[in-house]
Design a protein around this ligand. Structure first.
Ligand code: ZN
Length: 454
């Protein structure tokens, strides 16, 4: 007897969508067939709905340890479950201490094991002075390493050239991926100082301090270092067409490099930032309408490898206390709960991108890049039963009441999605359904794996 059967859904496989039942046993997918062979203890009816692999959101920031008034693994992972995400990778900042030593990694793992309701992975940080810790963190199971090329605005130091160069050499030896926040620090800082001096601190001024060229220039430098050191690279939250082109060129030349962009760069623009205000502040910032359209074209042409939320929550006061000084406003978008819904609604329904392609961006490619495939990232026999059931015939407006986040603010507030996340299943256990909400008793497990070239 199966533990669970998901009946009559349209099952999104890597290259096609099939009408089938999915039989689940001991947390794994045991059968995919029209009319499975044996009965189950429990059934979920998915008739008229789509069943996709759960999202693997490789870029979120939960604020543990120490920042108890921010958002921790409890609320954070619950919001992931509500958004159809079954595995997330937590970044090495914004908890205190940041995850830049083996001891800090274990401290964080303990908290995540206690509180996370879905599976998770942990990033380690590369910062000046922690080279000796990298191998130890790799052996303790980090999914990869993250470095900032510009100031991170928290207790996480950005990497100077030497740190980047030496760090890449070490990470190449460890056979891990280095993820980079790519913006040129010197340029951004000087532009900002000039604005501050003139007391020009509006949204428009903030935007002018983080131009596309700051991203492109940093990507170029990192690619040069990556080529020299042989370090596998991954560029986080790429916001411009020009940066995508540089990375695509490097891939064509044989470099081991991938990139992600985020739904907020695909749904919102600088004009929206002016209208929405402080909850839309992030770095790199939202871009022009033409950049947004060009990023969609890069998705269509498969130059974008994956989509992450870059969910970065904060107490609302950190957004609202300095409405008139954008440089003092916390930069980060609360979006984890809405990333899959955004990609399905805008990408699949509005723009006609296939659900298999969306699923590849949010699940299969992340799993492959970070060594979790085929255990995760696809609906295959023997894979973890990490699934999400989505209704494409209903619409839903984002409201504060519907937010599972600890701090109820988001760039998506007021957005109407033309799809609804109905049910989320992590290793065979229902962790969320629309009627009852999140089931917090399920315990997520840490994932880790060896790096795989896409
Ligand atoms: Zn981030």
């Amino acid at each position: 007897m199966y533990d669970l059967i998901i009946r009559d859904g349209s099952v999104v496989l890597e290259d096609e969508i099939v009408k089938a039942d999915i039989g689940i046993k001991k947390g794994k997918i045991a059968e995919i067939a029209q009319g499975v062979s044996i009965p189950a203890k429990k059934y979920v009816n998915a008739k008229g709905k789509y069943v996709l692999p759960g999202m693997i959101d490789i870029h979120v920031h939960f604020d543990e340890p120490s920042r108890d008034h921010w958002e921790g693994f409890d609320y954070g992972s619950a919001s992931m479950a509500a958004g159809g995400c079954t595995t997330y990778f937590d970044m090495p900042l914004n908890g205190v201490p940041p995850t830049v030593t083996e001891a800090a990694l274990w401290e964080k793992k303990k908290l995540a094991d206690q509180k996370s309701v879905v599976d998770y992975g942990l990033w380690g940080g590369l910062v000046p002075g922690n080279k000796e810790e990298l191998a130890k963190m790799a052996h303790s199971g980090v999914i990869g390493f993250k470095a900032f090329m510009s100031e991170a605005g928290s207790e996480f130091d950005f990497s100077d050239d030497l740190t980047l160069y030496e760090g890449m050499k070490e990470i190449a030896k460890l056979n891990k991926v280095l993820a980079l926040h790519a913006e040129r620090n010197d340029l951004i800082q000087k532009l900002e100082q000039a604005k501050q001096k003139q007391k020009q601190t509006a949204i428009k001024d903030y935007l002018e301090t983080r131009p596309v060229v700051a991203e492109v220039n940093a990507v170029k430098q990192a690619l040069e270092y990556g080529e020299e050191t042989g370090c596998p690279l991954h560029f986080v939250h790429i916001s411009s067409y020009e940066a995508v082109q540089l990375i695509t060129e490097a891939k064509k030349n044989g470099m081991n490099v991938t990139l992600e962009t985020c739904p907020h760069y695909l749904l919102f623009t600088e004009e929206d930032f002016e209208e929405i205000g402080v909850t839309a502040k992030c770095a790199p910032p939202l871009r022009s309408r033409s950049q947004k359209e060009k990023l969609w074209a890069c998705i269509q042409s498969e130059e974008v490898d994956m989509i992450s939320s870059d969910h970065s929550p904060c107490p609302i006061e950190l957004k609202t206390a300095h409405q008139n000084d954008l440089f003092k406003v916390w930069g980060g978008i609360s979006g984890g709960q809405y990333s899959l819904q955004a990609m399905i609604s805008e990408g699949a329904i509005t723009r006609g991108i296939s659900l298999s392609h969306i699923s590849k961006l949010v699940s299969t490619n992340p799993a492959k890049r970070f060594g979790l495939y085929p255990k995760k990232g696809s609906i295959l026999l023997g894979s973890d039963a990490d699934l999400v059931i989505v209704d494409l015939d209903q619409t839903e407006k984002v409201t504060k009441e519907g937010m599972v986040f600890k701090h109820k603010h988001s760039i998506y507030e007021g957005t109407v999605f033309n799809s609804v996340i109905l049910t989320t299943i992590n290793r065979g256990t229902i962790v969320y359904n629309k009627e009852e909400g999140v089931f917090p008793l399920h315990k997520g497990q840490m994932v880790n794996g060896e790096y795989v070239k896409l």
